[in-house]
Design a protein. Structure first.
Lengths: 297, 280
C-alpha cells in the first residue's frame, strides 16, 4: 500500500555512563615520529619528476638497443646525446637556440603586456569586457600559423612577422585566463580592497592580480606553450627568415638532409628548454606564491 | 583622498553626547538577476560613541545589507546615513568592516602584512616601521603573538577571525562594522571570541556595529539591540542589553529578554503562516 515501511518503535537501550582518565602520554609510545630519510627524499617533487625522466630515458635506450632499430630512423638516447654535442660544435646550435629564444621572448613579452592592457581595460569598462570576450572567442581558435602568410605579405620576411604571430598566439590565452581569474576574485576580498581605500590600478595590482594569480599563471603557461608551437611551426613551414634560422629551421634542414640524429637533437633541445622553463621558472614562481599562500596545493 | 577624509574626521571631534552614526529613513534595494529586492525599509537608528550596537533579525531582514550601506558599499535609495555628521557616500577606512568569511584575510600576506597592508593603504601610517609596530601590538592584543609571520591558510577559523578583528581595530576607525564575525566558528570558539571581544572593548572602548541572527549573541555582545522584522527589514524595537553578559546567561532576566525578542521575531512568522493559510 504505502512504500514507506513501518519501523518498530524502539527506545535506545539504557546503558550506564562511563568516565575515564586518559593514561599518561609517556606510556603511549609513538605520537609524533620524524619521517625516515627515504620518505623525506621521496616527498621532494623534483626527485620524483627526475625519476620519471630517468625511466623514460631508460625505456628509450633499451627499446632502440633491443629492437635493433636503424639509427637512421630512430637514434638511441646515447646517439642523440652525441648528436647534441656535435650540434653545438658543428651546427651553430647555440646561435640557433638564441635566435629562437630571442624572437620567442620578444613575442611573449609583448603578448603579456598587450594582455595586461586588455584585461585592465576589461575590468574597468564593461564595453572592453565585451570586446575582450568576443575577440577571444574569435581569435583564440585561430592558429597563429594560419596568419603567417599574411604577416609575411604585410611585414616581410623578418623577425617582425614572427613577433606578430607570436603575440597573437599569446595574448588571447593569457587575457582570457586572467580575465576569468579576476572575475572569480571573492566579493569579500574586493570589499576589503575598497574598504582600505584601494581604487583603479592600485586595486588591480594589490588585490585582483595576487588573488587571481593561480589562474593568471596558468594562462601564462598556456601562452608560453602556444608561443613555442607557433615559433617552431613557423620555422618549419617557412624555413629561415632573412636573418637566420632557429631550432625549427635546424629540424627542417636536417630532415631534408635525412640527418635524423640532428632532428632528434633539435627535438631534444626543445624538450629540454621546455622542461627547464617549467621547473626553473613557472614551478619556482608557483612554489613561492600560490602554493606558499595555500591557494593551490 | 581617503586619508585626508580620515584626517578631517580627527580634526573635527563630535560634540559631547552626539551620535557618531545616524541612520535616517534608510531604504536599501539591490538587484538580483530577476528581482529588485527591498532589503530594508525606512530604518532609523543612532549609534553613540562606545556603543556595542547590535543589528538583530532573522535571515532576510536586510541587516547585512544595512551594514554594507553604512560601510559605503551600497547607496540608499531613500534616506541618509551620516558618520560624525558627514554623509556616507563611498567605502573608506574610517569605517572598517570585519566579515564572516575567512577569506577576508588576503592569503598572499602574512598575519602581520595583512594588518600593515590595511594601515598603509588606509592612510593611517606612511612609514612601514610605524605600521609594523602598531600591527605587532594588536597581534599581541588578540593573543596571536608568535604567529605574525604565518600565512592565513595555516590558521584555524578562530585565529583568522582574531586577525581580522586585530586588523579592524588597528585602523582605529570611527566605527567597527562586524558582519556576523563569529557565525562560521564552532560553538566553543564562538563563546571564547565573544568574551575576548568584550575584553578588548573593555580595554579600548571602541564603537562597534555588530550584525547577528543569534538572540543570545546579541544579548551577550550588545549594549543596545536593534530588532529588525524580516523582508523588508523594518525597525521593530531598540532595546538595552548592557546588563547582560556571559555571567548571567540562563538567569531569569536574561531569559525574559531572550523570550521577549524571540516573541517579537516569531510574531511575524505566525502572522505570515496565517495569511498563507487564509490565502490558500
Amino acid at each position: 500500500m504505502s512504500a514507506v515501511r513501518e519501523r518498530p518503535r524502539t527506545d535506545p537501550v539504557p546503558r550506564p555512563e562511563i568516565e575515564r582518565t586518559p593514561i599518561d602520554v609517556r606510556h603511549i609510545g609513538q605520537i609524533e615520529r620524524p619521517l625516515s630519510g627515504i620518505e623525506r627524499v621521496w616527498n621532494v617533487q623534483i626527485v620524483r619528476n627526475l625519476t620519471v625522466l630517468v625511466m623514460f630515458v631508460v625505456i628509450w635506450e633499451a627499446y632502440t638497443r633491443i629492437a635493433d632499430i636503424p639509427p637512421l630512423l630512430f637514434p638511441s638516447f646515447t646517439d642523440t646525446c652525441v648528436a647534441i654535442v656535435d650540434a653545438f660544435r658543428d651546427h651553430r646550435m647555440l646561435a640557433k637556440i638564441s635566435f629562437t629564444l630571442t624572437s620567442l621572448l620578444t613575442g611573449y613579452a609583448v603578448g603579456l603586456v598587450a594582455a595586461a592592457v586588455l584585461v585592465s581595460a576589461a575590468s574597468i569598462w564593461r564595453v572592453w569586457a565585451d570586446i575582450l570576450t568576443t575577440a577571444t572567442a574569435m581569435f583564440n581558435p585561430l592558429p597563429s600559423i594560419a596568419l603567417l602568410p599574411l604577416a609575411m605579405l604585410w611585414f616581410g620576411l623578418g623577425t617582425f612577422s614572427l613577433v606578430f604571430i607570436l603575440v597573437h598566439s599569446v595574448v588571447w590565452a593569457v587575457a582570457l585566463n586572467a580575465y576569468v581569474g579576476f572575475q572569480g576574485v571573492s566579493p569579500t576580498q574586493r570589499m576589503i580592497g575598497h574598504n582600505y581605500g584601494l581604487r583603479g590600478v592600485m586595486f588591480a595590482i594589490k588585490i585582483l592580480i595576487p588573488a587571481a594569480l593561480a589562474t593568471v599563471l596558468s594562462g601564462m603557461k598556456i601562452g608560453w606553450a602556444f608561443a613555442w608551437r607557433t615559433m617552431i611551426g613557423a620555422e618549419l613551414v617557412f624555413g629561415a627568415t632573412a636573418r637566420g634560422g632557429g631550432l625549427g629551421w635546424h629540424i627542417f634542414e636536417n630532415s631534408e638532409l635525412l640527418n635524423i640524429r640532428q632532428v632528434f637533437a633539435g627535438l631534444f633541445m626543445i624538450i629540454l628548454i621546455g622542461v627547464l622553463v617549467e621547473y626553473a621558472i613557472f614551478r619556482t614562481v608557483e612554489l613561492r606564491t600560490v602554493r606558499r599562500w595555500g591557494m593551490q596545493r | 583622498m581617503a586619508a585626508s577624509a580620515a584626517a578631517a574626521a580627527i580634526e573635527a571631534p563630535i560634540p559631547e553626547g552626539a551620535p557618531i552614526l545616524e541612520v535616517q529613513g534608510v531604504t536599501l534595494q539591490y538587484k538580483t538577476r530577476e528581482h529588485l529586492i527591498t532589503a530594508t525599509y525606512r530604518v532609523d537608528f543612532s549609534v553613540y560613541p562606545a556603543d556595542r550596537f547590535v543589528l538583530l533579525g532573522p535571515s532576510g531582514c536586510g541587516k547585512s545589507t544595512l551594514l554594507k550601506g553604512v560601510a559605503g558599499f551600497m547607496k540608499p535609495v531613500e534616506g541618509e546615513m551620516r558618520l560624525k555628521g558627514r554623509r556616507i557616500a563611498a567605502p573608506g577606512p574610517d569605517r572598517v568592516m570585519v566579515f564572516q568569511e575567512f577569506d577576508q584575510l588576503l592569503p598572499w600576506k602574512t598575519v602581520r602584512q595583512n594588518i600593515t597592508f590595511a594601515l598603509r593603504n588606509g592612510g593611517r601610517c606612511s612609514r612601514e616601521s610605524d605600521a609594523d609596530e602598531i600591527a605587532m601590538s594588536y597581534i599581541r592584543k588578540v593573543k596571536l603573538g608568535g604567529f605574525e609571520n604565518t600565512y592565513p591558510h595555516m590558521l584555524s577559523g578562530g585565529m583568522k577571525q582574531r586577525v581580522a578583528i586585530a586588523r579592524g581595530m588597528a585602523m582605529e576607525p570611527d566605527i567597527l562594522l562586524m558582519d556576523e564575525p563569529f557565525a562560521s566558528l564552532d560553538a566553543l570558539t564562538r563563546r571564547q571570541m565573544q568574551e575576548e571581544l568584550l575584553g578588548l572593548w573593555e580595554e579600548t572602548r571602541f564603537t562597534v556595529l555588530f550584525v547577528t541572527h543569534s538572540i543570545e549573541e546579541a544579548l551577550l555582545v550588545g549594549s543596545r539591540i536593534l530588532v529588525l522584522s524580516p523582508h523588508p527589514g523594518q525597525v521593530k524595537a531598540e532595546l538595552n542589553a548592557n546588563q547582560h553578559s556571559h555571567a548571567n546567561v540562563g538567569s531569569a532576566e536574561f531569559t525574559a529578554l531572550q523570550t521577549r525578542i524571540h516573541d517579537m521575531l516569531f510574531a511575524d512568522r505566525v502572522l505570515e503562516d496565517e495569511t498563507v493559510r487564509r490565502g490558500s
